[in-house]
Design a protein around this ligand. Structure first.
Ligand code: AP5
Length: 214
């Protein structure tokens, strides 16, 4: 099973990817998480992409495609994977088309007005990657990850000005991919304005439907 979770910044891609990964037993492959890890560890890739992340711009296609190729060639991806945050440009989508055929693109559709609030209120676990929201999905113990007990942090690129830039980049460079996949008959629109569990239910319906279709 090869799934893509698609949508604007803070639409809920990571939140849903973690739930789907657990339900279907396939790894979540998040370019954002891989890049943030590279930046934190100051690897050569991390040093190259740090300024892109800080400004909310997209990293260069060649680096990102190589990162994905390396990640999906690992043994845990043999049975399938869930792409979260990739592809994000027409160039990346064309490279993915060459690599494999995805089963479905789960396209989270949500009004841009709510996205800034979702991003600014997000708190993430730097250790296990769990995602919370101070209002919509608060952790049981303030500032502490429920899964691993680490102290939660606010992402550097979740400051309002950077979030607005990420939304602009999405509109200009990433939103056109919806047409690319619609033409291939791969898009499943998901109403992302609902609560986390209701969004998950819609996705499960689509994914379960894949195994029933001929
Ligand atoms: P990335 O980490 O992919 O950021 P993003 O696409 O901007 O997505 P987010 O992680 O912000 O949000 P999300 O949709 O996962 O939402 P979440 O579930 O956390 O990329 C970061 C940067 O890396 C990019 O700017 C770029 O520089 C670089 N990059 C990454 N991929 C790249 C690529 N392919 N090419 C080039 N550069 C790349 O939810 C957000 C908040 O809302 C949370 O607090 C959550 O609890 C809450 N929430 C979730 N769902 C709901 C709901 N239904 N109702 C209410 N609240 C909700």
């Amino acid at each position: 099973m090869k799934l893509v979770i698609f949508g604007p910044p803070s639409a809920g891609k990571g939140t849903q990817a973690q739930k789907l990964s657990q339900k279907y037993g396939i790894p979540q492959v998040s370019t954002g998480d891989l890049l943030r890890k590279a930046v934190a560890e100051k690897t050569p890739l991390g040093l190259k992409v740090k300024s892109y992340l800080d400004q909310g711009r997209l990293g260069p296609d060649d680096l990102i495609v190589k990162l994905i190729q390396e990640r999906v060639s690992k043994p845990d991806c043999k049975k399938g994977y869930l792409l979260d945050g990739f592809p994000r440009t027409i160039g990346q989508a064309k490279e993915l088309d060459k690599m494999t055929e995805v089963d479905v693109v789960l396209n989270i559709v949500v009004d841009f007005d709510v996205l800034v609030e979702r991003a600014v209120g997000r708190r993430s676990c730097p250790k296990c990657g769990a995602v919370y929201h101070i209002k919509f999905n608060p952790p049981a113990n303030k500032d502490t990850c429920e899964k691993c007990g680490s102290r939660l942090v606010q992402r550097d690129d979740d400051k309002e000005e950077t979030v607005r830039n990420r939304l602009k980049v999405y509109r200009e460079q990433t939103a056109p991919l919806v047409e690319h996949y619609r033409k291939k008959g791969k898009i499943a629109d998901i109403d992302g304005s609902k609560g986390i569990d209701a969004v998950f239910e819609q996705m499960v319906k689509v994914v379960d439907g894949l195994s029933r279709s001929p």
